[in-house]
Design a protein around this ligand. Structure first.
Ligand code: ADP
Length: 267
């Protein structure tokens, strides 16, 4: 039993380490995300001083309002990172599938814009609730989206298709890309720890094995396949959570990243 407990702890630490590695990979994007508003704040502040010197207090006031808005945006980014890097709790709650995708997309916002990735969100307008842990589910989606973006780095018109389908008490979250897909001989191996086809420094081969373990812990399953017309498709199937479960903590605003994406919602 002690060995089992130790193994469990080691696995938990591995999950945490992998999460930090993902954060490391995204550091450049995050840097950009914070530097942009920072530069804007500086410009607004400098101009406000000029306006004040000239007695144009109304114009200065306008600049201050912009500054307030920009700092709120920065605080939001920072709060989200804090949320992502914390260790998850053990308790499973009702988590909005759309909000989980929203969180994951936000972390990739600048990368998606820079690589001109078209993001299709195929899901109902109403929140679909899954029985999960927001942090862990987000970690899985961040891994899947990160892989999809890496796979499409050479794709001329990169398109990321995200979907949510609820069926018979289960919810399927799909992440489909238009990259080269997974070689048939690799399909059975992608969930093995340390299996990677990426160059040194580009991947450790842990993302999918850890994601599969997380989804398994959540009582669901993670599957990989190739789409008939090319590209890889990953699906996370989790138990649906009745709306009877008050989901306030997991709900979050879907502004920001989502507004960048092409929407394809259905009622
Ligand atoms: P890593 O990304 O570090 O290689 P993963 O466990 O996330 O580790 O992925 C393992 C392997 O699965 C990748 O090296 C790649 O060969 C394959 N793979 C994962 N996602 C995709 C994808 N979207 N398209 C094609 N191959 C993929």
């Amino acid at each position: 039993r002690r060995a089992e407990a130790e193994l469990r702890q080691a696995q938990d630490e591995l999950i945490q380490a992998a999460k930090l590695a993902v954060l490391g990979q995204m550091a450049a994007g995050i840097n950009h995300e914070l530097n942009q508003p920072l530069a804007a704040i500086r410009a607004y502040a400098e101009n406000a001083r000029v306006f004040l010197d000239r007695g144009r207090s109304e114009a200065a006031n306008g600049n201050l309002a912009q500054i307030v808005e920009l700092t709120a945006r920065m605080a939001e980014i920072s709060a989200q990172l804090k949320q992502f890097s914390r260790k998850s709790g053990d308790s499973l709650t009702a988590v909005s599938a759309q909000a989980s995708f929203g969180y994951a997309l936000r972390l990739y916002r600048s990368r998606l814009t820079e690589a001109r990735v078209e993001v299709i969100q195929d899901w109902p307008v109403e929140d679909v609730w899954v029985h999960a842990d927001l942090v862990r589910l987000e970690q899985v989606l961040v891994n899947l989206i990160g892989n999809a973006l890496q796979a499409m780095s050479e794709t001329p018109a990169p398109r990321l298709e995200l979907s949510i389908v609820e069926e018979n008490g289960w919810v399927r979250l799909g992440v489909r890309d238009h990259g080269p897909g997974i070689a048939a001989s690799h399909l059975g191996r992608v969930f093995e720890p340390f299996f990677t086809t990426k160059a040194t420094g580009k991947g450790l081969g842990l993302g999918l094995s850890i994601s599969a373990r997380i989804v398994d812990d959540l009582g669901g399953r993670l599957e990989a396949s190739n789409a008939a017309d090319g590209g890889a498709r990953f699906s996370v199937t989790l138990r649906a959570s009745g709306a009877a479960n008050p989901p306030t903590a997991a709900r979050l605003s879907q502004t920001g990243a989502l507004s960048l994406c092409k929407e394809n919602r259905h009622a």
